[in-house]
Design a protein around this ligand. Structure first.
Ligand code: SSA
Length: 198
């Protein structure tokens, strides 16, 4: 932080503090659906793995569909973001009493996407953890254009979105607020430098 005391300006202090870079959290659009169906079209990423015919179409009924954008910020804490995403999906699934989930990589919720390598890892881990947690999971293929149809249920909780931060970010936030509290207790000492150096 830079503090300036400007002589002759009624003792006004000017504080310049570099703002923390605004975080870009993972975004999830949750739709509680009667049905989701998709069909794979062409590759959106040249690196997308070739798919066997049975993976080129998917359908799930009575499921919580999660459209997910992995964000740049998630790259630095893949484990933390996966843990929090699973926790949020479990929470929303419990609210709507869903035992089936679809995870759908969806780049269009984000303005700062994670690179495809880490994003793909995040989706693979999510799929694995959600299965371990007891859900029936449909994972739509990563890196492809797809056509899809969804039929959303009509109850009030059937559409919602969440921003998800890695588990460690909550601690980081607390740290920041503690730092701010400590700063408020500081007693400042002010020195005035005249142009002649006195
Ligand atoms: N054709 C390229 C741009 O030149 C393209 O569409 N890139 S994309 O970033 O939109 O990603 C294409 C597909 O890769 C997405 O539809 C999704 O399946 C997957 N994908 C890549 N990065 C992400 C990400 N960070 N989060 C979610 N899905 C992603």
């Amino acid at each position: 932080m830079i503090c300036l005391h400007v002589p002759g300006d009624a003792g006004r202090r000017f504080l310049f503090k570099s703002d923390p870079v605004p975080p870009n959290p993972m975004r999830v659009l949750f739709l509680h659906c009667d049905v989701l169906e998709y069909e794979v079209r062409e590759k959106a990423l040249p690196s997308a793995e070739d798919l066997p015919p049975e993976k080129r179409r998917g359908r799930i009924e009575d499921a919580l569909v999660c459209f997910i954008s992995a964000e740049k910020e998630d790259e630095s804490d893949v484990e933390g973001i996966v843990q929090e995403a699973v926790r949020n999906i479990e929470e929303v699934a419990a609210q709507v009493k869903a035992t089936r989930v679809a995870i759908y990589p969806y780049a269009h919720l984000s303005s700062s996407l994670a690179a495809s390598g880490p994003a793909k890892t995040i989706f693979a881990l999510l799929e694995e953890r959600l299965r371990k947690s007891g859900f029936q999971v449909l994972a739509s293929p990563f890196g492809y254009y797809k056509s899809f149809k969804v039929s959303v249920k009509r109850h009030p909780l059937s559409e919602l979105s969440r921003e998800i931060h890695p588990a460690s970010a909550a601690t980081a936030k607390d740290d920041v607020s503690e730092a701010v509290k400590a700063e408020q207790k500081l007693v400042s000492e002010w020195f005035i430098l005249e142009p002649n150096g006195d």
